[in-house]
Design a binder for this molecule. Structure first.
Ligand code: NAD
Length: 370
């Protein structure tokens, strides 16, 4: 199968981890006789430096022409004091809007060999396996009016939390579709005791639930959800929530697994190319040191194969290879509990590729003899 993948390495460790993910994708293409063509574009701080804007038109066009987009991360101290329209993160929001990626999926599950890297006790995290479905194009991050004013001599800032019924309906439907293929439980997170937008959210969730009689729907207030993620994370299957609540809760959930460097994400579009990226940022503190954990980016590539290209077997081969390498004891610095021996970004990628090649060689031999 032939596919074009737009690669946007971005800033900081984004460059290092996407390089690793591309190498893994090339290895998969080789083993499974696919043809992946990679096109490269600028986004974030580097795009500001070279093109004067965080999401240049050429990058937007390149993404639209691709079958899927692989992003590293954007940002860094160099651009922190830029005006709002020249911030790297502005490029991210513009890209999400341009690609119309409304549903951000963040799976949270554990490699059995990493349980001890979690800050929680083993009995709380063993068996945790849920997915956060975050609405990505509405709410506070996009609502108008927004901005700063001076009113009656005092400086004022405003952001607007607004949702249309149709926006809520499509994200809740996505959550139910996912839950119907998993443990059949949706937890919808809102702040319906205070916010009008959350009351509409809750009503729509109830309406959508009627179409999925075999899936249970629970509602949880966001403050309680923040606590329950730590107290009893095993209770969750699919958590669906609005943009800002999802942003915060998914970072909280990522800590359960021991490192931000482990968690992938997919941002799905209804029609065009979808976007895949690790959930971490550009990690300026370790950028350029060959120290970053590439696993979140590699697992994001696996999500791309599964969700955009329907290559389930290929996605599983990557996930299995990652598990194998971790259970063999290989760790990047972020995972080395107590400062034990660790390997570089490049070495981790090499180990994952070796495991993929070995696995597919074995499957080919098994197919010949079966
Ligand atoms: P961060 O995720 O970059 O880093 C937080 C901590 O996690 C750091 O200690 C970092 O070293 C560590 N870390 C992150 N990724 C890692 C990896 N792959 N391997 C090992 N350790 C890893 O968050 P931050 O420090 O708050 O933000 C840094 C910059 O990234 C900021 O400019 C921020 O705006 C940007 N950011 C971008 C995105 C994105 O592009 N999607 C997301 C979050 C933050």
């Amino acid at each position: 199968m032939k596919k074009t993948i737009a690669v946007l390495p971005g800033d900081g460790v984004g460059k290092e981890v996407t390089k690793g993910a591309v190498e893994v994708l090339k290895a998969v293409a080789n083993c499974f006789d696919h043809e992946f063509e990679f096109t490269y574009g600028l986004v974030g701080g580097e795009a500001i430096d070279k093109k004067g804007m965080p999401f240049p038109e050429a990058t937007a066009e390149m993404c639209q022409q691709a079958d899927a987009v692989l992003l590293g991360a954007v940002g860094g101290p160099k651009w922190d004091s830029n005006p709002p329209h020249l911030r790297p993160e502005k490029g991210l929001l513009a890209m999400r809007k341009a690609l119309d990626v409304y549903a951000n999926l963040r799976p949270v599950s554990f490699s059995p060999s990493l349980i001890d890297a979690s800050p929680l006790k083993r009995e709380y995290v063993e068996g945790v396996d849920f997915i956060i479905v975050r609405e990505l194009l509405g709410g506070l991050y996009f609502g108008e009016p927004r901005g700063r004013n001076v009113e009656q001599g005092e400086e004022t800032a405003v952001d607007t939390l607004v949702y249309k019924r149709s926006e809520i309906e499509r994200i809740i439907t996505t959550a139910f579709e996912i839950a119907s293929k998993r443990k059949k439980k949706v937890t919808s997170v809102d702040k319906a005791n205070v916010l009008e937008s959350s009351r509409l959210w809750r009503e729509v969730a109830e309406e959508v639930a009627k179409k999925y009689p075999d899936v249970t729907l629970d509602h949880m207030l966001v403050d309680s959800a923040a606590m329950q993620l730590i107290r009893n994370p095993k209770q969750f299957d699919v958590v669906v929530t609005e943009n800002m609540f999802g942003d915060i809760l998914s970072d909280e959930a990522s800590v359960l697994t021991g490192s931000l460097g482990m968690l992938p994400s997919a941002s799905l579009s209804m029609a065009g190319p979808s976007l895949y990226e690790p959930i971490h940022g550009s990690a300026p503190d370790i950028a350029g040191q060959n120290k970053a954990n590439p696993i979140a980016a590699v697992l994001s590539a696996a999500m791309m194969l599964r969700h955009s290209f329907q290559m389930e077997e290929e996605a599983r081969v990557i996930e299995k290879a990652v598990e194998q390498v971790l259970s063999a004891g290989y760790r990047t610095a972020d995972l080395s509990v107590g400062g034990g021996h660790f390997i570089s970004t490049a070495k981790m990628v090499e180990e994952i590729i070796d495991a993929i090649v070995d696995d597919s060689a074995i499957s080919k031999i098994m197919t010949c003899y079966s």
